[in-house]
Write a protein that binds this ligand. Structure first.
Ligand code: ZN
Ligand code: ZN
Length: 255
């Protein structure tokens, strides 16, 4: 299976990185994880055909993960897409998502292709197609908004264990604390994709030594974090450092 890091930036807009968006490809299916602001350009930059995407999975609704979807759907229409598209959102966010698309004048019946909006639930196993599936677990990324939100059920942010062909990949998504990186501690996985914006980088060494993943891909990076990250990497033992890859836009790996 192949992973293409179309965007590897944080929530802070940068000229060096698009916001985080990652494509997971099996031989027959392409699943995009998140579609934040500017995702259409990020996909073009990675030479990913919009219409090759079969499904888009959303971790949460911060703008750097959601806000490019309306435009991406319009691009698909303008590129004369025929094949259906699946959009996968947490069940708590279904109504908000429909409203969000309507606000961008994205009306399913006018698109020229089928858009199927499906919901997943926390802790459930979701089969996307015959060789891609995932388990979602809720993390603490949005807990900070509890006193501000009128409807706290909308404060749902997910981490995923993705199953793509024979590989298992833990995708942290945006997190709220170190503890979130242990959500799949009891599961085996071949690769670990972790963000580094919402965790003190010094803590990540402890996490990696504890969960001991075969390979680590670091994304959701701000321009400001580069130097600190390089210093941190150089402080690690070689046996750990050689398993860590700092992602960049349009990077792709086959695992
Ligand atoms: Zn983010
Ligand atoms: Zn976020």
């Amino acid at each position: 299976m192949k992973i293409t890091f179309a965007g590897t930036g944080s929530g802070k807009t940068s000229l060096k990185r698009y916001h985080t968006s990652t494509l997971f490809s099996s031989a027959e299916f392409n699943l995009l994880l998140d579609a934040g602001d500017g995702v259409s350009r990020a996909l073009m930059n990675s030479q990913i055909d919009f219409n090759s995407i079969d499904a888009i999975l959303f971790s949460h609704f911060h703008p750097d993960h959601l806000n490019g979807i309306s435009s991406l759907l319009i691009q698909m229409k303008m590129n004369k897409r025929q094949k259906p598209l699946r959009l996968l959102v947490h069940s708590n966010l279904y109504s908000s998502f429909i409203k969000f698309l309507e606000i961008g004048y994205v009306f399913k019946e006018r698109m020229g292709f089928d858009i199927n909006i499906l919901t997943y639930s926390t802790d459930s196993f979701f089969r996307v197609n015959k060789d891609i599936a995932f388990i979602s677990r809720e993390n603490s990324h949005l807990i900070k908004y509890e006193t501000s939100a009128e409807d706290s059920s909308l404060l749902v942010s997910s981490s995923f264990l993705l199953f793509v062909e024979s590989k298992r990949i833990f995708c942290s998504g945006d997190i709220g604390s170190e503890e979130d990186l242990y959500l799949f501690e009891n599961e085996k996985f071949d690769a670990f994709i972790t963000e580094v914006t919402h965790i003190d980088i010094a803590l990540l060494k402890k996490v990696l030594l504890r969960i001991n993943p075969e390979s680590v891909y670091i994304n959701h990076l701000s321009d400001e974090s580069q130097e600190e990250l390089q210093l941190w990497l150089s402080s690690l033992p070689v046996s750990l450092r050689e398993r860590i890859f700092v992602t960049f836009d349009a990077m792709s790996v086959t695992i």
